[in-house]
Write a protein that binds this ligand. Structure first.
Ligand SMILES: [Cu+2]
Length: 468
């Protein structure tokens, strides 16, 4: 037996013996410092150690290593995650603007997507014209919080870590040495990291009773059409500045999903398609109506019926989220790569909690995903999914020459909004098309357009012309 194996063997043996001794009594003081003579062990115990894989009990190398040089040379996949901290003015419902703080000119900040075990190399740059310093605390990391030290204007800072745990994790500005953290986060400096499980996502099982009353179990492949939804509150003074007094009293001005109130509801184009009139609203609240709003015009989320849909949901805020989809049951809720619930009506997220919701929409229709706290719902937390072709638009679109043949969802015609679509992962179904939508600066929106994303404010008039 070579020395290395011998040492591992001892570690495994101690684990087994420890378990046995603890099983009998918790008062065994002789466990500490006990040495085990392997030659005297029962052969069954040796077999047991062999079966449990002694080698695997040794921790992988450098699991809490934060040295970028060491981690980059480790052979793991490295993700370069570059962010800038910038204060900008962005629109708020009602035609006004507010003084936002952003990661890279957008709220929420860019989504990072990695696989469990990958290395994240986070680089935060603060331009020299920025009015304040910023930091970035990434909840997907397990490293000393000293790495989240704030970065001054005109400077750049970096840290590396291994994304060890699978799930959805927030990242957020840590202020200037924690000072102003509430202001910076609640003004927009937050985002998520999605860490896909090393072995991928699991198949979805949906149990229902069919028309006959028999229990009907249906299996869906792990591959899913994915969306991301992040909830937070805005606490603002009438002139669009952060209101700390309102925050301490939990009196928010607005509840936003991916930065906007009612950002995913019908717009005038949907009014025209469904009601034949741009001014006849489909939904009770359509505050972001009009082509001139460009990337801020509200959009809908389109899915197919009988399709596995995976939602990455994070509560970035200061109030609870009671996540519910009107007309649907959440088929599965996963947190920490463990199933928490199946077939549940609503799931609660406290502040800084995330979850993955798997859902299959059975029937064509419109479904509103809400925070079932009425104050949140009526102040902006309503997001409309449209499954299939509930409005019978396929014949109209085919006759008008917009599409060649009927499509399983309107995503094939209008695309899904870019800020609700996470980067592709190992079990992602690619969206048929993606349109530019989000609380982006005009610079960010132009970059997305240059990258080939659809600018609906340019496409809609063309489609309307074809249909007229
Ligand atoms: Cu900040």
């Amino acid at each position: 037996m070579n020395k290395r194996f011998s040492m591992l063997f001892t570690v495994a043996a101690v684990a087994v013996m420890g378990a046995t001794l603890f099983g009998s009594t918790y008062t065994q003081t002789q466990i500490a410092g006990q040495s085990i003579d392997a030659s005297k062990l029962d052969v069954d115990v040796l077999e047991k150690i062999h079966q449990m894989g002694g080698l695997q009990l040794v921790m992988p190398e450098a699991f809490a290593e934060t040295d970028c040089g060491v981690l980059e040379a480790s052979g793991r996949t490295v993700h370069d995650f570059q962010l800038t901290g910038e204060s900008v003015e962005l629109p708020i419902m009602g035609g006004k603007t507010f003084n936002a703080m952003t990661f890279s000119g957008q709220v929420p900040g860019p989504t990072l997507r990695v696989t469990q075990g990958d290395v994240v190399k986070m680089t935060l740059t603060i331009p020299d014209y920025e009015v304040t310093g910023h930091g970035n605390d990434m909840h997907a990391s397990q490293i000393s919080s000293s790495a989240f030290e704030s970065v001054n204007p005109g400077e750049t800072s970096q840290y590396c870590y291994i994304a060890e745990a699978a799930g959805i994790f927030k990242y957020h500005c840590s202020g200037v040495k924690l000072v102003g953290m509430d202001q910076h986060v609640l003004s927009g400096m937050y985002g998520i990291a999605i860490v896909d499980p090393a072995n991928g996502y699991k198949k979805l099982v949906v149990e229902k009773t069919s028309g006959s009353g028999e229990l009907d179990r249906k299996f869906y492949d792990a591959d899913a059409l994915e969306f991301q939804l992040q909830y937070i509150q805005l606490y603002l003074t009438p002139d669009g500045n952060y209101d700390a007094g309102a925050m301490f009293k939990h009196q928010n001005t607005a509840t936003v999903v991916n930065g906007m109130q009612f950002g995913y509801v019908p717009n005038m184009a949907h009014n025209l398609l469904v009601n034949g009139d741009v001014n006849r609203n489909i939904f009770v609240a359509q505050p972001w109506n009009g082509l001139e709003l460009k990337q801020y015009q509200s959009q809908l989320l389109f899915v197919e019926t009988d399709q596995h849909v995976r939602l990455f949901i994070e509560n970035q805020g200061n109030e609870p989220v009671f996540f519910h989809i009107v007309g649907e049951i959440l088929d599965r809720v996963v947190q920490g790569n463990r199933v928490q619930s199946a077939a549940t009506e609503t799931w609660l997220l406290g502040g800084s909690q995330g979850m993955i919701v798997d859902v299959v929409f059975d029937e064509p229709g419109a479904y509103a995903a809400v925070n079932h706290d009425y104050a949140a719902l009526y102040s902006g937390a309503a997001t409309v999914f449209v499954a299939g072709d509930p409005f019978g638009l396929n014949p109209v679109l085919v006759d008008g020459g917009v599409i060649d043949a009927p499509v399983p969802s309107y995503a094939y015609v209008m695309g899904n909004p870019s800020d609700a679509v996470p980067p592709m992962g190992m079990n992602s179904i690619e969206h048929p098309a993606i349109n530019i939508h989000g609380l982006y600066t005009d610079e960010v929106a132009s970059e997305l357009q240059e990258d080939g994303m659809i600018a609906l404010w340019e496409v809609i008039p063309v489609v309307a012309e074809m249909l007229s």
